[in-house]
Write a protein that binds this ligand. Sequence first.
Ligand code: CA
Length: 446
Amino acid sequence: MNKRRRFLALVGGALASSFVLTGCLGNPPSSSSNPGPAGTTLNTQASAKLETTTISLGFVPILEAAPLVVGVEKGFFAKHGLDVKLSKQASWSAARDNVVLGTAGGGIDGGQWQLPMPQMISEGAITNGKKVPMAILAMLMSQGNGIAASNSVRDGNLSVDLKKSSPGFFQAFSKKEGRKFRAAYTFPKANQDMWIRYWLAGNGVNPNKDVELLTVPAPETLQGMKNGTMEAFSTGDPWPSRIAKDNVGYLAATTAQIWKVHPEEYLAVRADWVDKNPKATIALLKGLMEAQMWLDKPENKAEAATILSSRKWYNVPQPVLEQALKGQYTIGAKGTPETNPAMGPLYWSSDRGVISYPYKSLTLWFLVESLRWKFYPGVVDTIQQAEAINDKVVRDDLWLQAARELGLPAKEIPASPSRGKEVFFDGTVYDPSNPQAYLNSLKIKG
Ligand code: CA
């Protein structure tokens, strides 16, 4: 079966109709302009000051996109004079191809990304050599991702600390099954791939040798796990929560357990759009920040879940989304219920500073990790190259300008592009002022 037919066969039903239009690589996304609900009419006074009043952004229906959807539905972008058109992307590769096309070619101006996709699109590393300079504008969300394991390995009792819960599991699996344990992610050489690799390697399991890693688009997750396509899946909620709720498997580890308040996905837009529309870029950022602040409030989680659950957006049952947004998880093979909003998706405040601000120390980590696994040879071969690429793509200056114009309190405006030292579940320290020391400290690498 070709890719598209296989995709349709797996997705089926209501989702298929919205994905068909966008499913084919390189095809333009469905231009679903979003006529917002009442009260979200464009602020024409604000619009008059902008270079353009529209931007087309891609999104993938996982919690990372919530600030974009809420920004549209609650009128935060419209308030600042911008009509944000969101189009659902069938896969990360479709999003990449659509941003290369740009709106002029029937594609998108930017949207939601796993890292280092924007940096690698800028360098032409994942676009057949075509360099499309991108601007990383903000982090969309922290945490809210996880590693789900299938019922077939429930006896394996997989958890964040495999040395404790499941010693020798992967070797025993290979011996028993006559093949390696299969773990999937939604796009190679980016966040989800890095989380599962970090988790395994941090537990002494070599992801290049002891398991088989493969790419499966997020909407195929549930079916793929039911069918035995893979034993584990690293992705954003609502998928890990759905796997647990539908009793297809269990949540082995949350990414918050692997790295507390870790960087997750980002908003990035084509640099030519930003250069041409600097005021509209600031309007976009202001709307996004206000949407993130709104999403952060406990009293808004249920309403956010209702908005996201609609067929137009995620087409996922409201309670699944509400629980995920509130940090209510069922963790581990035994299914222990745990509620801890601090370990759930974070959109604005945290004990490590403002989530939305694109700390260069965090966006750099994805390039350092790319070096660790030799993901992009010829593009990222040294720390110096990683830092140069990162400095070019991250536009924290625009975030700071938007924050000042919004009148944010000083404590919410970071004073440094570095968040300082980061500590992982296995005790490893990433000091952004000395990434080489971090690299040298890692025992398992590519
Ligand atoms: Ca993610």
